[in-house]
Design a protein around this ligand. Structure first.
Ligand code: UDP
Ligand code: MG
Length: 150
């Protein structure tokens, strides 16, 4: 069932002190996606080390950034949510992201781009396992879904 697709979203350590938790959650809620797991946590150094590919030039800075403060790790469910999530975030570098997108509205520099979203259905399972989200999963029915999907 396409509706059972999930994606992994993280509000990064810059998004938390900047007061953007509510705005990010609101974007996904208002779009019609269904929150199934949420964890406010401090990532270990090891977590971003395993999450990101080691061969990028900014790897060390990225790992430091990603465990420099608490993050909000979430799983959102819904029709085509992986692709839709990426479109809502828009480009990795916020300068290329239009206003109205999350990165286009809330950040200006690539190294402080406030939010992560899985880039493919295949990567979701790995990422939620790495961040120990499956144990936070809550299975419930939202009556709103009857008005969001035909
Ligand atoms: N990043 C960076 N400098 C760059 C490109 C990426 O600091 O030139 C960081 C940024 O935080 C980005 C993350 O590395 O979100 C992962 O990069 P990726 O290409 O996977 O971008 P994303 O999937 O987050 O859009
Ligand atoms: Mg990526």
């Amino acid at each position: 069932m396409a509706n059972s697709e999930c994606t992994f979203i993280t509000i990064k350590p810059d998004g938390v002190p900047r007061g953007l938790i509510g705005d990010v959650i609101k974007s996904f809620e208002h779009r019609g996606f269904h929150l199934v797991a949420l964890k406010f946590m401090q990532a270990s150094e090891n977590l971003p080390k395993e999450h990101y590919l080691k061969d990028c030039p900014f790897y060390a800075d990225l790992v430091t950034y990603m465990h420099s403060g608490p993050v909000v790790a979430m799983i959102w469910e819904g029709l085509n949510v992986v692709k839709a999530g990426r479109v809502m975030l828009r480009e990795t570098n916020p300068v290329d992201s239009k206003p109205g997108t999350i990165r286009g509205d809330f950040c200006i520099q690539v190294g402080r781009n406030i939010i992560h979203s899985s880039d493919s259905v295949e990567s979701v399972e790995n990422e939620i396992g790495l961040w120990s989200l499956p144990e936070e999963l809550v299975n419930y029915k939202s009556s709103a879904q009857d008005w969001i999907l035909e």
